[in-house]
Design a protein around this ligand. Structure first.
Ligand code: ATP
Ligand code: MG
Length: 321
């Protein structure tokens, strides 16, 4: 019973079902056949409802009404952190976020709160958005991407009210709320080219962020650390930085991405040199090119020279930008 209640309070529906199944089996074993068959029926109902919720989106804001449909886009990612190539510090920070989040009722009981407000900072293609999705996948929560661009352009003049609506949604529907490309509102307050509206949005964002004591996890992501000011940093529970992959990460990334294929014993120094200055996303794309080449030429094995060329092509493409 304790496990059942704990799984409910932590919104761990898989564990809830597992425990409920055990209780049903126990009832059957102890000869309480009527109770067992009633529990079984209820369990089936719950499972079916869960499935249709996932497909039909029965989470209240999954079919956002009115303005929210322009502001939030929902998904149910299956991404896991184990699919990501991360540095040790990132891994530890994220593990701590998951651990605290899963134990938030225990922390709250002692007047403490789990870290829920994260700022992810780093260059494009190094896994900020993927991290946000992986947190949703790990915690089995819906993922709401906040459409900041719509917020600023469509609702010019009423952005604070819309931002308020988003923070209300966080209270109503537990989930991961991603403010991606946060630079859009995260510009240094008072800087020369600051538009009044953007400054107002940022100020209200900071206020809402500070007041928020929902059960949702708030993730803000940005490429540009310089334009974020101190007031912002202070209001996040954790700031996680992302960097271009080092040689070890390049190897891991390539091997992970090409895991479904046979890979020859690569001449790593050449591939690592070709991948220098590339992001995780670039390297994944180059791997996909090499994989497509193998599939289309009916080979199981990846051709190292195709991979090398794809990496170099991406690098050339980068330096032209
Ligand atoms: N650390 C990583 N480990 C494994 N794959 C990664 C990693 N980072 C990025 N990728 C791959 O690159 C893709 C794009 O990454 P993502 O969208 O998370 O980058 P980002 O940091 O959010 O970039 P941007 O700043 O442009 O939004 C991912 O979907 C994934 O395939
Ligand atoms: Mg991103």
């Amino acid at each position: 019973m304790k496990s059942l209640l704990r799984s409910y309070s932590e919104a761990d529906s898989e564990r809830f079902l597992a425990v409920a199944t055990q209780i049903t089996a126990h009832a059957a074993r102890s000869g309480k056949t009527k109770l067992a068959s009633e529990l079984k029926e209820l369990l089936e109902e719950i499972k079916q409802k869960q499935q249709s919720d996932r497909i039909g989106g029965a989470v209240p804001v999954a079919r956002p009404q009115g303005e929210l449909q322009f502001l939030l886009s929902v998904s149910y990612p299956k991404t896991r952190l184990s699919e990501m190539v991360l540095g040790q510090v990132q891994q530890e920070s994220l593990a701590r976020v998951l651990h605290e989040y899963r134990q938030q009722s225990k922390l709250r009981h002692h007047g403490l709160s789990a870290r829920r407000k994260l700022l992810l900072v780093g260059p494009p293609g190094c896994g900020k958005t993927m991290t946000s999705k992986a947190l949703a996948g790990e915690l089995k929560l819906p993922h709401f991407a906040v459409q900041l661009h719509s917020l600023i352009t469509k609702f010019m003049g009423e952005t604070a009210a819309k931002l308020h609506a988003i923070f209300e949604a966080m209270n109503e529907t537990r989930g991961i709320y991603l403010f991606d490309e946060f630079d859009a509102i995260g510009g240094e307050r008072g800087s020369k080219n600051d538009v009044g509206e953007i400054r107002r949005v940022l100020n209200s964002f900071l206020q809402f962020l500070e007041q928020d004591d929902s059960d949702s996890l708030i993730v803000a992501a940005t490429n540009n650390v310089q334009i974020l000011d101190d007031a912002l940093f202070r209001r996040f529970d954790d700031v996680i930085t992302y960097e271009f992959p080092n040689a070890a990460a390049v190897r891991k990334l390539i091997l992970n991405r090409l895991a479904p294929f046979c890979v020859p014993s690569f001449e790593w120094s050449g591939l690592e040199a070709a991948a220098e200055t590339l992001s995780h996303a670039d390297i994944c794309q180059a791997c996909d090119n090499a994989a497509k080449d193998a599939v289309l030429s009916d080979r199981d094995t990846i051709d190292e020279s195709v991979l090398q060329r794809s990496l170099l092509n991406r690098k050339r493409h980068r330096s032209r930008k």
